[in-house]
Design a protein around this ligand. Structure first.
Ligand SMILES: Cc1cc2nc3c(=O)[nH]c(=O)nc-3n(C[C@H](O)[C@H](O)[C@H](O)COP(=O)(O)O)c2cc1C
Length: 306
């Protein structure tokens, strides 16, 4: 067994073609699993790998002579592609302009997002780094305003069954267990949010996913590094911006559909395969509003050790 993910628990197989290998050692330097050593001017398996090949593919991708092939953990030589030339890449100023152009957008034209654009978003999001290969991120795509509204309505009904979580008595009982900061967040943010989601939906106002024409839920499995889904979702947002779509992350759904039998049923009813530590919805659509100015943001702190 190698490091497990929901997709595979086996290690990948490394094949070295010693006729092609020149012993340059690039594979040794990029493999952080200590899978390779150079013997008699040839790369050979060390027999002392740390975890068993996780299938990152870096050895295969860096070898100038095509001497290494990896099979397993969803990887094979078929996954190699020519990397774009440097002169095809956006410059920093262009990338910054794209990032500065993005705002969280919740007002969309009543227009479908074409399938080709969904494909483009997913293709870009799949380039995201992951804690461990193969990516253990799952994506649920909800297409069309009607389907997204139906999802939001069902989520609102589901939330009503958990209303006890916003009661004063529940919050008072929980405070010693989950601490001051969580208590403050619940009282000032989660409880009012809960209220707004459900009562506004009953009035016909969808504050859950804003009747977006497209949403994607990026989530993991119990094995997935919690950061993976969020990074993939971030890539998806940036890709969406580059093709003229607005987007907004929605953090208010994932935490409520993790624990308990009702959550399990909600997930099953909506084709969500796993519960996971982190996950995030992103809504997308053609912008119905256009901002006149950017907003300069800052981090809470930036410290440098040098
Ligand atoms: C992790 C995360 C969760 C968010 N959840 C929601 C949400 O549930 N509903 C919503 O309307 N906006 C949500 N947002 C959008 C933020 O409110 C938005 O990023 C913030 O207001 C800053 O705006 P900007 O992205 O245009 O700079 C979320 C953003 C992030 C990064």
């Amino acid at each position: 067994m190698a490091i497990p993910t929901s997709r595979t628990k086996e290690k990948a197989e490394i094949k070295i073609n010693s006729e092609k290998c020149t012993g340059c050692g690039l594979c040794v330097s990029v493999c952080k699993d200590f899978s390779f050593v150079i013997e008699n001017n040839k790369a050979v398996l060390s027999g002392a790998s740390l975890f068993g090949c996780v299938g990152c593919g870096h050895c295969m991708a860096i070898c100038p002579f095509g001497a290494i092939e990896i099979f397993g953990r969803e990887l094979s030589p078929d996954n190699l592609f020519e990397i774009p030339n440097k002169d095809e890449l956006p410059q920093y100023e262009q990338l910054l302009a794209l990032l500065q152009h993005r705002r969280s957008l919740r007002e969309f034209l009543d227009k479908e997002v074409e399938y080709e654009l969904i494909e483009k978003i997913l293709t870009a999001a799949q380039t995201a780094p992951m804690g461990l290969p193969p990516s253990d991120v799952n994506v649920l795509v909800i297409r069309g305003k009607e389907k997204n509204r139906a999802f939001a309505k069902e989520f609102s009904e589901y939330l009503k069954g958990m209303k006890f979580m916003t009661s004063k008595i529940f919050l008072t009982i929980m405070r010693p267990f989950w601490g001051k900061e969580n208590d403050e967040m619940f009282r000032s943010f989660i409880s009012p949010l809960f209220e707004a989601y459900t009562t506004e939906m009953d009035k016909g106002n969808n504050f859950i996913n804003y009747d977006a024409p497209l949403s994607m839920y990026f989530y993991g499995s119990p094995y997935t590094d919690p950061a993976d889904s969020i990074i993939a979702a971030t890539y998806a947002m940036i890709a969406a911006e580059s093709i003229g779509l607005g987007s907004c992350m929605l953090g208010g759904i994932h935490p409520f559909i993790q624990m308990g039998k009702k959550a399990k049923k909600f997930r099953a009813d909506h084709e969500i395969k796993f519960k996971s530590r982190e996950g995030i919805f992103v809504i997308f659509g053609y912008p119905a509003v256009h901002y006149q100015k950017g907003i300069k943001r800052t981090f809470a702190s930036t410290s440098t050790i040098q």
